[in-house]
Ligand binder design. Structure first.
Ligand SMILES: Nc1ncnc2c1ncn2[C@@H]1O[C@H](COP(=O)(O)OP(=O)(O)O)[C@@H](O)[C@H]1O
Ligand SMILES: [Mg+2]
Length: 268
Protein backbone atom coordinates (compact mmCIF):
# COMPACT_ATOMS: atom_id res chain seq x y z
CA UNK A 1 0.00 0.00 0.00
CA UNK A 2 1.21 3.55 0.61
CA UNK A 3 4.81 4.05 1.56
CA UNK A 4 3.87 6.78 4.01
CA UNK A 5 2.21 4.49 6.43
CA UNK A 6 -0.07 5.73 9.16
CA UNK A 7 -1.70 3.61 11.81
CA UNK A 8 -2.95 0.22 10.69
CA UNK A 9 -6.63 -0.13 9.88
CA UNK A 10 -8.00 -2.42 12.61
CA UNK A 11 -10.54 -5.11 11.69
CA UNK A 12 -12.30 -7.40 14.15
CA UNK A 13 -13.79 -10.69 12.97
CA UNK A 14 -16.53 -11.38 15.46
CA UNK A 15 -19.60 -13.51 16.07
CA UNK A 16 -19.84 -15.24 19.40
CA UNK A 17 -21.31 -18.39 17.90
CA UNK A 18 -18.78 -21.15 17.44
CA UNK A 19 -18.12 -22.74 14.08
CA UNK A 20 -19.53 -19.91 11.97
CA UNK A 21 -16.35 -19.27 9.99
CA UNK A 22 -14.54 -16.62 12.05
CA UNK A 23 -11.13 -18.22 11.80
CA UNK A 24 -11.64 -19.19 8.16
CA UNK A 25 -12.70 -15.66 7.24
CA UNK A 26 -9.92 -14.07 9.33
CA UNK A 27 -7.18 -16.08 7.64
CA UNK A 28 -8.56 -15.70 4.14
CA UNK A 29 -9.40 -12.01 4.49
CA UNK A 30 -5.85 -11.45 5.77
CA UNK A 31 -4.55 -13.55 2.88
CA UNK A 32 -6.57 -11.49 0.39
CA UNK A 33 -5.38 -8.18 1.86
CA UNK A 34 -1.79 -9.43 1.68
CA UNK A 35 -2.32 -10.69 -1.87
CA UNK A 36 -3.37 -7.14 -2.75
CA UNK A 37 -0.07 -5.89 -1.40
CA UNK A 38 -0.88 -4.95 2.19
CA UNK A 39 1.21 -5.73 5.26
CA UNK A 40 -1.10 -7.48 7.67
CA UNK A 41 -0.88 -8.52 11.31
CA UNK A 42 -3.29 -11.27 12.38
CA UNK A 43 -4.05 -11.53 16.09
CA UNK A 44 -5.45 -14.78 17.50
CA UNK A 45 -7.53 -13.78 20.51
CA UNK A 46 -9.20 -17.17 20.91
CA UNK A 47 -7.73 -19.12 23.86
CA UNK A 48 -8.40 -22.28 21.87
CA UNK A 49 -5.80 -21.09 19.37
CA UNK A 50 -7.24 -22.68 16.24
CA UNK A 51 -5.79 -19.97 14.05
CA UNK A 52 -2.40 -20.22 15.73
CA UNK A 53 -2.11 -23.97 15.38
CA UNK A 54 -3.79 -23.80 11.97
CA UNK A 55 -0.97 -21.68 10.57
CA UNK A 56 1.52 -24.07 12.15
CA UNK A 57 2.61 -22.35 15.35
CA UNK A 58 1.87 -25.17 17.76
CA UNK A 59 5.01 -24.36 19.74
CA UNK A 60 3.88 -20.76 20.17
CA UNK A 61 0.56 -21.95 21.52
CA UNK A 62 2.20 -23.97 24.29
CA UNK A 63 5.39 -21.95 24.79
CA UNK A 64 6.60 -20.60 28.10
CA UNK A 65 6.02 -16.92 28.91
CA UNK A 66 6.07 -14.31 27.60
CA UNK A 67 3.15 -14.77 25.26
CA UNK A 68 0.05 -12.83 24.28
CA UNK A 69 -1.31 -13.83 27.68
CA UNK A 70 1.43 -11.89 29.47
CA UNK A 71 1.17 -9.00 27.06
CA UNK A 72 -2.56 -8.63 27.75
CA UNK A 73 -2.03 -9.00 31.48
CA UNK A 74 0.69 -6.32 31.45
CA UNK A 75 0.49 -4.32 28.22
CA UNK A 76 3.05 -1.74 29.35
CA UNK A 77 5.68 -4.40 29.91
CA UNK A 78 5.55 -6.07 26.51
CA UNK A 79 6.30 -5.15 22.95
CA UNK A 80 4.12 -6.80 20.31
CA UNK A 81 6.98 -7.04 17.84
CA UNK A 82 8.84 -9.44 20.16
CA UNK A 83 5.86 -11.82 20.15
CA UNK A 84 5.07 -11.79 16.44
CA UNK A 85 5.71 -14.71 14.07
CA UNK A 86 6.40 -14.12 10.41
CA UNK A 87 4.08 -16.21 8.30
CA UNK A 88 4.56 -16.34 4.52
CA UNK A 89 1.57 -14.12 3.88
CA UNK A 90 1.15 -12.03 7.03
CA UNK A 91 2.50 -11.72 10.53
CA UNK A 92 0.78 -13.55 13.36
CA UNK A 93 0.43 -12.68 17.02
CA UNK A 94 -0.33 -16.16 18.29
CA UNK A 95 -2.70 -17.22 21.03
CA UNK A 96 -1.33 -19.14 24.00
CA UNK A 97 -2.89 -21.84 26.12
CA UNK A 98 -2.47 -19.62 29.20
CA UNK A 99 -5.16 -17.35 27.74
CA UNK A 100 -7.84 -19.66 29.14
CA UNK A 101 -7.27 -17.84 32.46
CA UNK A 102 -7.37 -14.40 30.95
CA UNK A 103 -11.11 -13.64 31.07
CA UNK A 104 -11.22 -14.36 34.77
CA UNK A 105 -8.20 -12.20 35.46
CA UNK A 106 -9.28 -9.25 33.34
CA UNK A 107 -12.75 -9.11 34.86
CA UNK A 108 -11.40 -7.57 38.05
CA UNK A 109 -8.47 -5.75 36.45
CA UNK A 110 -8.29 -2.03 35.84
CA UNK A 111 -9.21 -1.18 32.25
CA UNK A 112 -9.59 -4.90 31.67
CA UNK A 113 -11.45 -4.31 28.42
CA UNK A 114 -8.83 -1.97 27.00
CA UNK A 115 -5.78 -4.21 27.21
CA UNK A 116 -5.66 -5.01 23.51
CA UNK A 117 -6.09 -1.31 22.67
CA UNK A 118 -3.11 -0.51 24.87
CA UNK A 119 -1.08 -3.30 23.36
CA UNK A 120 -1.82 -2.32 19.76
CA UNK A 121 -1.21 1.38 20.39
CA UNK A 122 2.45 1.16 19.49
CA UNK A 123 2.12 -1.35 16.67
CA UNK A 124 3.71 0.00 13.52
CA UNK A 125 4.56 -1.23 10.08
CA UNK A 126 1.22 -2.72 9.10
CA UNK A 127 -1.57 -1.59 6.83
CA UNK A 128 -4.14 -3.79 8.56
CA UNK A 129 -4.60 -5.60 11.85
CA UNK A 130 -7.11 -8.49 11.73
CA UNK A 131 -8.29 -9.95 15.04
CA UNK A 132 -9.88 -13.39 15.25
CA UNK A 133 -12.27 -13.56 18.21
CA UNK A 134 -13.19 -16.35 20.62
CA UNK A 135 -16.67 -17.86 20.38
CA UNK A 136 -18.11 -15.88 23.29
CA UNK A 137 -19.25 -12.39 24.21
CA UNK A 138 -16.79 -12.17 27.06
CA UNK A 139 -14.10 -9.75 28.00
CA UNK A 140 -11.72 -10.87 25.26
CA UNK A 141 -14.26 -10.09 22.57
CA UNK A 142 -14.89 -6.73 24.27
CA UNK A 143 -11.15 -6.08 24.05
CA UNK A 144 -11.19 -6.88 20.35
CA UNK A 145 -14.22 -4.69 19.61
CA UNK A 146 -12.77 -1.72 21.49
CA UNK A 147 -9.31 -2.08 19.91
CA UNK A 148 -10.64 -2.71 16.40
CA UNK A 149 -13.87 -0.83 15.85
CA UNK A 150 -14.33 -2.07 12.27
CA UNK A 151 -16.48 -5.16 12.38
CA UNK A 152 -16.32 -7.96 9.85
CA UNK A 153 -19.13 -10.36 10.66
CA UNK A 154 -19.07 -13.96 9.54
CA UNK A 155 -22.45 -15.68 9.87
CA UNK A 156 -23.92 -18.90 8.66
CA UNK A 157 -27.11 -19.04 6.61
CA UNK A 158 -29.00 -20.58 9.51
CA UNK A 159 -32.00 -19.28 11.47
CA UNK A 160 -29.94 -19.18 14.67
CA UNK A 161 -27.83 -16.39 13.17
CA UNK A 162 -30.64 -13.88 13.72
CA UNK A 163 -30.45 -14.22 17.49
CA UNK A 164 -26.67 -14.44 17.47
CA UNK A 165 -26.35 -11.13 15.62
CA UNK A 166 -28.99 -9.53 17.83
CA UNK A 167 -26.91 -10.42 20.90
CA UNK A 168 -23.70 -9.19 19.23
CA UNK A 169 -25.26 -5.81 18.40
CA UNK A 170 -26.64 -5.45 21.94
CA UNK A 171 -23.16 -6.05 23.29
CA UNK A 172 -21.78 -3.45 20.89
CA UNK A 173 -24.41 -0.90 21.99
CA UNK A 174 -23.44 -1.47 25.60
CA UNK A 175 -19.74 -1.01 24.85
CA UNK A 176 -20.44 2.13 22.82
CA UNK A 177 -22.46 3.58 25.71
CA UNK A 178 -19.92 2.68 28.37
CA UNK A 179 -16.83 3.78 26.46
CA UNK A 180 -18.24 6.68 24.44
CA UNK A 181 -16.86 5.13 21.29
CA UNK A 182 -18.25 4.01 17.99
CA UNK A 183 -17.93 0.46 16.69
CA UNK A 184 -18.94 0.14 13.07
CA UNK A 185 -20.14 -2.83 11.12
CA UNK A 186 -18.20 -2.84 7.84
CA UNK A 187 -18.98 -6.09 6.04
CA UNK A 188 -20.85 -9.34 6.45
CA UNK A 189 -19.71 -12.66 5.05
CA UNK A 190 -22.30 -15.37 4.83
CA UNK A 191 -19.94 -18.26 5.36
CA UNK A 192 -19.93 -21.84 4.28
CA UNK A 193 -22.94 -21.49 1.96
CA UNK A 194 -23.77 -24.88 0.55
CA UNK A 195 -25.38 -25.25 -2.89
CA UNK A 196 -27.99 -26.34 -3.83
CA UNK A 197 -29.61 -24.03 -1.28
CA UNK A 198 -32.20 -25.48 1.04
CA UNK A 199 -35.17 -23.41 2.23
CA UNK A 200 -33.42 -22.24 5.39
CA UNK A 201 -30.33 -21.03 3.53
CA UNK A 202 -32.47 -19.33 0.90
CA UNK A 203 -34.54 -17.55 3.54
CA UNK A 204 -31.46 -16.47 5.47
CA UNK A 205 -29.64 -15.14 2.41
CA UNK A 206 -32.70 -12.97 1.79
CA UNK A 207 -32.76 -11.91 5.44
CA UNK A 208 -29.08 -10.90 5.37
CA UNK A 209 -29.72 -8.88 2.24
CA UNK A 210 -32.84 -7.19 3.62
CA UNK A 211 -31.19 -6.45 6.94
CA UNK A 212 -27.68 -5.38 5.92
CA UNK A 213 -27.24 -4.75 2.22
CA UNK A 214 -28.36 -1.12 2.34
CA UNK A 215 -25.62 -0.38 4.91
CA UNK A 216 -22.72 -2.72 4.28
CA UNK A 217 -21.66 -5.18 1.59
CA UNK A 218 -22.90 -8.72 2.09
CA UNK A 219 -20.61 -11.40 0.65
CA UNK A 220 -21.41 -15.01 0.09
CA UNK A 221 -18.55 -17.42 0.71
CA UNK A 222 -19.43 -20.87 -0.53
CA UNK A 223 -18.47 -24.12 1.08
CA UNK A 224 -15.34 -25.43 -0.61
CA UNK A 225 -13.06 -28.31 0.27
CA UNK A 226 -10.21 -26.22 -1.15
CA UNK A 227 -10.72 -23.70 1.67
CA UNK A 228 -10.37 -26.47 4.24
CA UNK A 229 -7.34 -27.91 2.47
CA UNK A 230 -5.64 -24.51 2.44
CA UNK A 231 -6.33 -24.19 6.18
CA UNK A 232 -4.92 -27.65 6.80
CA UNK A 233 -1.82 -26.61 4.86
CA UNK A 234 -1.44 -23.60 7.19
CA UNK A 235 -2.22 -20.91 4.62
CA UNK A 236 -5.02 -18.89 3.11
CA UNK A 237 -6.41 -19.89 -0.27
CA UNK A 238 -4.13 -17.24 -1.79
CA UNK A 239 -0.98 -19.08 -0.84
CA UNK A 240 -2.25 -22.57 -1.58
CA UNK A 241 -1.27 -24.38 -4.75
CA UNK A 242 -4.88 -25.13 -5.62
CA UNK A 243 -7.17 -22.69 -7.35
CA UNK A 244 -10.42 -21.82 -5.63
CA UNK A 245 -13.34 -19.99 -7.23
CA UNK A 246 -14.03 -18.23 -3.91
CA UNK A 247 -10.87 -16.12 -4.18
CA UNK A 248 -12.87 -13.47 -6.02
CA UNK A 249 -15.20 -13.07 -3.04
CA UNK A 250 -12.33 -12.45 -0.66
CA UNK A 251 -10.60 -10.10 -3.10
CA UNK A 252 -13.79 -8.03 -3.31
CA UNK A 253 -13.82 -7.95 0.47
CA UNK A 254 -10.14 -6.92 0.54
CA UNK A 255 -10.79 -4.13 -1.96
CA UNK A 256 -13.67 -2.90 0.18
CA UNK A 257 -11.37 -2.68 3.21
CA UNK A 258 -8.58 -1.07 1.20
CA UNK A 259 -11.08 1.59 0.20
CA UNK A 260 -12.24 2.12 3.79
CA UNK A 261 -8.63 2.28 5.00
CA UNK A 262 -7.84 4.86 2.32
CA UNK A 263 -10.72 6.97 3.53
CA UNK A 264 -9.45 6.69 7.07
CA UNK A 265 -6.16 8.22 5.96
CA UNK A 266 -7.95 11.06 4.23
CA UNK A 267 -10.12 11.69 7.27
CA UNK A 268 -7.14 12.05 9.54
N1 LIG B 1 -16.34 -21.64 3.12
C1 LIG B 1 -16.01 -22.77 3.76
N2 LIG B 1 -15.78 -23.92 3.06
C2 LIG B 1 -15.46 -25.06 3.70
N3 LIG B 1 -15.37 -25.18 5.03
C3 LIG B 1 -15.60 -24.09 5.79
C4 LIG B 1 -15.93 -22.83 5.20
N4 LIG B 1 -16.11 -21.93 6.21
C5 LIG B 1 -15.90 -22.60 7.35
N5 LIG B 1 -15.60 -23.90 7.12
C6 LIG B 1 -15.34 -24.95 8.10
O1 LIG B 1 -16.27 -24.83 9.17
C7 LIG B 1 -15.64 -25.10 10.41
C8 LIG B 1 -15.79 -23.91 11.34
O2 LIG B 1 -15.12 -22.81 10.79
P1 LIG B 1 -14.20 -21.84 11.68
O3 LIG B 1 -13.64 -20.83 10.76
O4 LIG B 1 -13.24 -22.62 12.50
O5 LIG B 1 -15.32 -21.19 12.60
P2 LIG B 1 -15.16 -20.36 13.97
O6 LIG B 1 -13.81 -19.73 13.96
O7 LIG B 1 -16.27 -19.35 13.92
O8 LIG B 1 -15.35 -21.31 15.09
C9 LIG B 1 -14.19 -25.40 10.10
O9 LIG B 1 -14.02 -26.79 10.05
C10 LIG B 1 -13.98 -24.78 8.73
O10 LIG B 1 -13.00 -25.46 7.98
MG1 LIG C 1 -12.33 -19.75 15.41
Amino acid sequence: MSSERSEPYPIVVSNQKGGVGKTTVAINAAGALAYRGADVLVVDLDPQGYLTTGVGYDEAYTQEPPSLYDALTDPGEHDVSALVYEHDEFDVLPANIDMFNLEQELVSAMRGRERLSMLLEDVEGYDFVVVDCPPSLGILTDNALLACPNLLIPAEAEDTSIRALDLLFKQIDTLEDNYGTSINERALVVSNVDYPLDGEQKGMLEWFDDTFADRIPVYELRSRAAIKRAFNAGVSMFAHDEDCDQREVLLDLADHFHELAGRQEVAR
